[in-house]
Ligand binder design. Sequence first.
Ligand SMILES: Cc1cc2nc3c(=O)[nH]c(=O)nc-3n(C[C@H](O)[C@H](O)[C@H](O)COP(=O)(O)OP(=O)(O)OC[C@H]3O[C@@H](n4cnc5c(N)ncnc54)[C@H](O)[C@@H]3O)c2cc1C
Length: 478
Amino acid sequence: MNPSEMEGSRSYDAVVVGSGPNGLAAAVKLAQAGLSVAVFESRVTVGGGTSTAELTLPGFRHDVFSAVHPLAVASPFLRTLPLAEHGLEWIHSPAPLAHPLDDGTAILLERSVEATARNLERDARSYKKLVEPLVGHWDDLAADMLRPLSFPSRPLLFSRFGLRAIRSASGLAETAFAGPRARALFAGLGAHSIMPLDRLGSAAIGLVMCVTAHAVGWPIAKGGSQRIAEALAAYLRTLKAEVVTGAAIGSVQKLPKARIILLDVTPRQLLQMVQGFPDEYRRKLERYRYGPGAFKVEWALNGPIPWRAADCQRAATVHLGGTLQEIVKAESGIWRDKHAEKPFVFLTQQSLFDPTRAPEGKHMAGAYCHVPNGSNVDMTAAIEAQVERFAPGFRDRILKTNKMPPAELERLNANCIGGDIAGGIQNLRRLMQTSLRGSPYVTPVAGIYVCSSSTPPGAGVHGMCGYHAAVAALRQLS
Ligand SMILES: Cc1cc2nc3c(=O)[nH]c(=O)nc-3n(C[C@H](O)[C@H](O)[C@H](O)COP(=O)(O)OP(=O)(O)OC[C@H]3O[C@@H](n4cnc5c(N)ncnc54)[C@H](O)[C@@H]3O)c2cc1C
């Protein structure tokens, strides 16, 4: 359906633009409340950041964006939905994460705290002390964390987390741990914050990644991340909602009539799509800061990656970057417009655990590193050198490579501005600004709401931005 066909077509209680996990979660919440809902997605498939495609060779199914989903299984909203009935199956690798080192060993982040601690030699006790109390209360923590900042329901527990989370990832790693293994492991986890690791607040995501590995695991979706979106869309259709793909919305004026409109877009697109914002709000949107971009590579392989540390084959996710010092250096340079010679690499090897991802006997893997926003530098050789460093002979297994620089990520998903995978910088300042001044989902134009990962609780496949935006919209309707 093109926009001109939509004008004058039927009307809805609610229209959602964008079918990322947040758009779909918002639509589900609204449809569950009995509203008539339509979702309009510019791409031919639903899913936004949860998308799978044969990017290299036929039969090799690559996750185009998100690959590993601790926050989806931890999500207080997604957990309530019957997604398994609509085809979603989670696969857990035996260990969530491996982090190889140059001495030929790997640190394994295991499902069990005890087993992980055993990997960390003299830091075993410190690791348990840091992590165990949080793992035991993850459900309570998740409920407070995966929503806009507000007074926590479990203040003591939350302050235990918050006092550590507010620190820098490198500061926390260096004071909590004495040895290089635990420090390197935590630095790699902290790098998911997409912040310089010596910046206050960068420990928060590191802690969340660490605790979720034990509490809920880091699963991949059988068949690819696209299955998450397909299951959400299938459930949504059972609630009588409509999902329209191939419908790029340039302006909200072009949408069918609706009482409320929820936009799964970032501030830059919001400015283009909605006229009539007051100057102050418009300036706020113009000042909104995007974070570094990502450079992503996918490979079709003629065998599994030949890790020097064989334990790396037990984990779907592998962090490549060596020591804490190296990771800190690689991640901080990006904020000064530098490309790391030895980038910190987030690698996933789904086909080791999900045979549907590659033809028999063959394998696929994907990896990305952070780069300055909008970078044009080809990081393929640097990423492959990091894999080769820990898996000599890796390059010989490559059948085909697919490169996705920031511009390609943005072409495939308009929300990846300059290759930013998080919908904006995820720092403490933004968290405070978006959360303490009224609802971050409500715009000054009546009936128009934002529901993307540019709103709290931010990036990740959890659908909680969409859920909270829908709740805010329903509150204003009633
Ligand atoms: C390379 C990469 C790797 C990632 N890895 C992980 C991971 O392993 N685990 C994890 O949890 N998260 C990961 N993420 C983050 C995660 O994918 C996002 O945080 C999440 O998808 C955000 O969901 P969303 O609904 O806010 O937006 P998106 O998923 O970005 O969806 C937005 C949707 O809106 C559509 N749209 C935008 N503008 C318009 C318009 N004008 N008209 C119609 N449709 C429009 C887009 O086409 C898109 O489908 C990754 C992201 C990227 C880019």
